[in-house]
Design a protein around this ligand. Structure first.
Ligand code: NAD
Length: 415
């Protein structure tokens, strides 16, 4: 199947899957089984708002894969729908297995704009959502985690709602506050992994990171930690943005100050340490490295001709369409794909889950050291396969993932 403009994100992720399945010569039965979701649940979430009105939100949870308990985040966003959650669950499947974690893939979503709600209006739907999917989740069945629009507090509410029925169960969610059994190092993990991979890729590409210009789209959990840790490598982070727009400073932004400013104002616009810039202008800045860390489908055929980076690190899920992936790769741009670049959250989630099961706490140094090991082993596997087979890093990543899940299906004797 060729990429077309009408394709949904789910179709696009399946296009990457199909390329891998073709190259691996998977038979039709196995291909269908791996491609389609194993299970999908849609639930209604009625919530009394602070003004007394009742609003009804839609929630979703999708399961995929054959390697162990389902594992994946929960997203709160006004555009979240079943099709998007399906695509993200599929990506989680290949990501978990690429990191060789003992998990299948999952994703959840609630169609709500969290930035418009009070704490009470966020707590109530989180509890109702948890109750509505409670028959599908358990520490050995499905373990949710935060994603866009959710955070450690959301996970603490989920753990509490689950615990009211099943007793104290910290291993039911990951990405919790440390006081509730969360792992040290979880919050910064995705940004930290982005900086580890940047160091490795720069070595392989002969790119000097001292003074290298880096642009980061999105300044939430992943974007702000990425910007901060990348700056510590000696790079100049010249532009960052949030949903309302961005800021630019050719000499490099002061990321610590910008984080303080965002804490006070809720965004990056109006920051006096740089000039205002739109999200479109941000993506088109002259730079060596581009880190999309916000939402999906931000680089499309409309703006691909203006992308100037040599290296793109996909910290967000599916920021690039398959057509753009082809255009940039043929133009000599190195793209490290989402299933490799933003896997750190789930790696540290795995560490958190194992700590909870053992009722034991690791020190942060141990978490970061083990994270680096797991991530760089995966990077080297991808790099070698890409080099040996003369394919892109994305093709290599999907091939490794699909091959491992196919093997697991065979070993379980499903077919
Ligand atoms: P977040 O909610 O903390 O931050 C999202 C950021 O993106 C905010 O700065 C927001 O202003 C910005 N944004 C939203 N819509 C935008 C738009 N249309 N244009 C530009 N900026 C926009 O989310 P996060 O946890 O940092 O997640 C970001 C991405 O990383 C998502 O794709 C998510 O799936 C992925 N991811 C997150 C984790 C994690 O551990 N948090 C792990 C793996 C992958």
């Amino acid at each position: 199947m060729l990429a077309t403009p009408e394709m949904s994100t789910y179709d696009e992720v399946n296009l990457f899957f199909d390329t891998a399945a073709d190259r691996l010569g998977l038979n039709n039965g196995l291909r269908e089984m791996l491609k389609r979701p194993w299970r999908e649940l849609q639930v209604q979430i009625p919530v009394r708002m602070d003004d007394g009105q009742v609003k009804v939100f839609s929630g979703f949870r999708v399961h995929n894969g054959a390697r162990g308990p389902y594992k994946g985040g929960l997203r709160y966003h006004s555009d979240a729908d079943l099709e998007e959650v399906r695509a993200l669950a599929s990506l989680m499947t290949w990501k978990n297995v690429l990191m060789d974690l003992p998990y299948s893939g999952a994703k959840g979503g609630v169609q709500v704009d969290p930035w418009q709600l009070s704490m009470g209006e966020l707590n109530r739907p989180t509890r109702r959502y948890t109750q509505n999917i409670i028959h599908l989740i358990a520490p050995n069945r499905d373990i949710p985690a935060p994603d866009m629009g959710t955070n450690a507090q959301t996970m603490a509410w989920m753990m509490d709602a689950y615990g009211q029925v099943n007793g104290h169960s910290p291993a039911i969610v990951t990405g919790k506050p440390v006081e509730k059994g969360g792992s040290l190092g979880r919050e910064s993990s995705t940004g930290r992994g982005v900086s580890y991979l940047l160091q490795e890729a720069a070595k392989d590409m002969d790119m000097d990171l001292q003074g290298a210009r880096v642009v980061v789209q999105g300044f939430g959990n992943v974007g702000s930690w990425s910007a901060r840790l990348i700056q510590q490598l000696g790079c100049r982070v010249i532009g960052v943005s949030g949903v309302d727009g961005g800021v630019y400073n050719a000499g490099g932004l002061d990321i610590a100050r910008l984080q303080d400013y965002q804490k006070m104002t809720g965004g990056v616009t109006g920051f006096t340490g740089g000039e205002a810039i739109s999200n479109r202008e941000l993506l088109e800045l002259e730079c060596e490295v581009l880190v999309p860390a916000a939402v999906d489908n931000v680089i499309t055929t409309d703006n691909v001709d203006y992308i100037k980076a040599r290296l793109v690190l996909e910290a967000a899920n599916h920021p690039i369409t398959p057509e753009v992936d082809r255009i940039l790769s043929e133009g000599g741009v190195t793209i490290l794909p989402d299933i490799l670049v933003n896997a750190e959250g789930v790696i540290v989630s795995y560490f958190e889950w194992t700590q909870n099961i053992q009722e034991f706490h690791w020190e942060e140094g141990r978490v970061n050291e083990k994270l680096r090991k797991v991530l760089l082993r995966a990077y080297q596997e991808v790099r070698m396969r890409a080099m040996n087979e003369q394919i892109t890093h994305r093709e290599a990543s999907f091939e490794i993932g699909v091959q491992r899940v196919a093997r697991s299906v065979e070993l379980r004797g499903f077919l």
